[in-house]
Design a protein around this ligand. Structure first.
Ligand SMILES: *[C@@H]1O[C@H](CO)[C@@H](O)[C@H](O)[C@H]1NC(C)=O
Ligand SMILES: *[C@@H]1O[C@H](CO)[C@@H](O)[C@H](O)[C@H]1NC(C)=O
Length: 367
């Protein structure tokens, strides 16, 4: 019979296909399991492979290990803050639903006390700035106070919060790096609590524990349980104001005072952060994006046409957010010359992609 003959002929091929299929299925499952256990053991968490479903991805979906986090971007209505927020939000939208992302909803926490012209473009919650004069002209002191108000008044679905800043660009889908009550933070090389023991002790008394309890971080980027942030935020406001009021502390910490204030406030609540170097990269110092999650473009990138860094000296080619204090950068910025690190090229390409696709990019100039 023809049918039989065909089956007979097809069977060796079929066998090979079945074997291959079985091999790949096993291989894929193994890879998944390895990735899963790998990522859990890598940062010391207690994640476990579900013995009943035997499906690590199922376990993830149930939200046992990686519940979603809310992206909270603190910002002002200044044009300088606005254009960065628009780029930030553009990349949030692109990354949100990609595999590996645990992003939930997004809120720009606008601490200017009144709505601005981006209310329809970016989900925004308006909070008050500190009462007149209390910020001592140091605008970032408004951040902790913004979190206190937002957490108290807003309805937030997610159990975790990512504290983000306007000059952050999501370069890879960001999972929830926190584990249970351990938030995740980025270790900044210039935040060194142990080198400022005398000052830290003014706010973190000896009976609380060693100075090494104070993590070398700022409040952003941090992914933290919402309930913990609700506890820490009022203390963070208090510690920032007291630090600002103490001339010795103000002088020693300068523009990173509010970062130290968060580090101290969280230590006062007994909260220790998982330090994730891969949370963020900072061009031009970090040369490649790789698997890191957030590009932080706080440093100017200056190069000559040979592709050599001329840091501190205005380069023939440059990208520096501070060149655009009063309005957005134009669309289609020129790409850096050959030889410039991949991280810088990527940054400019990502800025260009966002500005090319955000409707009315050039029209929003003033708040
Ligand atoms: C901070 O907290 C301390 C102790 O609870 C309190 O005495 C102080 O008045 C607070 N300071 C500010 C600026 O809120
Ligand atoms: C962007 O600028 C380059 C020159 O730097 C030009 O060749 C290109 O056509 C421009 N692209 C758009 C979309 O304007």
């Amino acid at each position: 019979m023809i049918g039989r003959k065909n089956i007979g002929r097809a069977s060796p091929l079929l066998l090979v296909l079945i074997t291959l299929g079985f091999f790949f299925a096993t291989y894929n499952l193994l890879t998944l399991v390895l990735q899963y256990t790998g990522s859990s053991s890598g940062d010391g968490s207690e994640l476990s492979y579900d013995p009943i479903t035997r499906m690590p991805n199922e376990a993830r979906k149930l939200g046992k290990s990686s519940p979603k986090y809310h992206v909270a971007l603190t910002a002002t209505d200044a044009p300088y803050s606005q254009w960065q927020c628009r780029i930030m939000y553009y990349w949030y939208k692109k990354m949100k639903d990609m595999p590996g992302s645990d992003m939930g909803k997004f809120t720009r926490v606008l601490h200017s006390g009144k709505p601005d012209n981006l209310m329809n473009e970016i989900p925004t919650f308006v909070v008050d700035p500190l009462p007149e004069g209390l910020d001592r002209g140091y605008i970032v002191l408004n951040r902790p106070w913004a979190f206190v108000q937002w957490l108290e008044k807003a309805t937030i679905e997610e159990d975790y919060v990512l504290m983000a800043e306007p000059d952050h660009i999501f370069a890879n889908p960001l999972p929830n790096l926190a584990h249970g009550d351990n938030p995740a933070g980025f270790p900044f090389f210039y935040i060194k609590p142990t080198e400022h023991e005398k000052i830290i002790r003014k706010f973190y008394p000896e009976e609380k524990g060693p100075v090494t309890d104070v993590d070398p971080i700022g409040n952003s980027p941090v992914i933290i349980k919402k309930a913990l942030l609700e506890d820490i935020s009022p203390t963070w406001v208090n510690v920032s104001l007291r630090m600002k009021d103490d001339p010795e502390t103000d002088k020693a910490f300068g523009w990173v005072l509010e970062m130290y204030a968060y580090a101290v406030a969280s230590a006062l609540h007994g909260v220790r952060h998982i330090l994730r170097k891969d949370f963020m990269l900072q061009p031009p110092w970090d040369l490649e994006v790789g698997k890191r999650f957030i590009i932080h473009y706080t440093y100017g990138c200056d190069y000559n046409m040979k592709g050599e860094l001329t840091y501190g000296k205005i380069g023939e080619w440059r990208f520096d957010k501070r060149s655009y204090l009063s309005g957005p950068p134009p669309r289609n910025l020129s790409l850096p010359p050959p030889g410039v690190p991949e991280s810088v090229v990527r940054l400019v390409k990502m800025v260009n992609e966002a500005t090319a696709n955000i409707p009315g990019w050039d029209s929003v100039k003033n708040a």
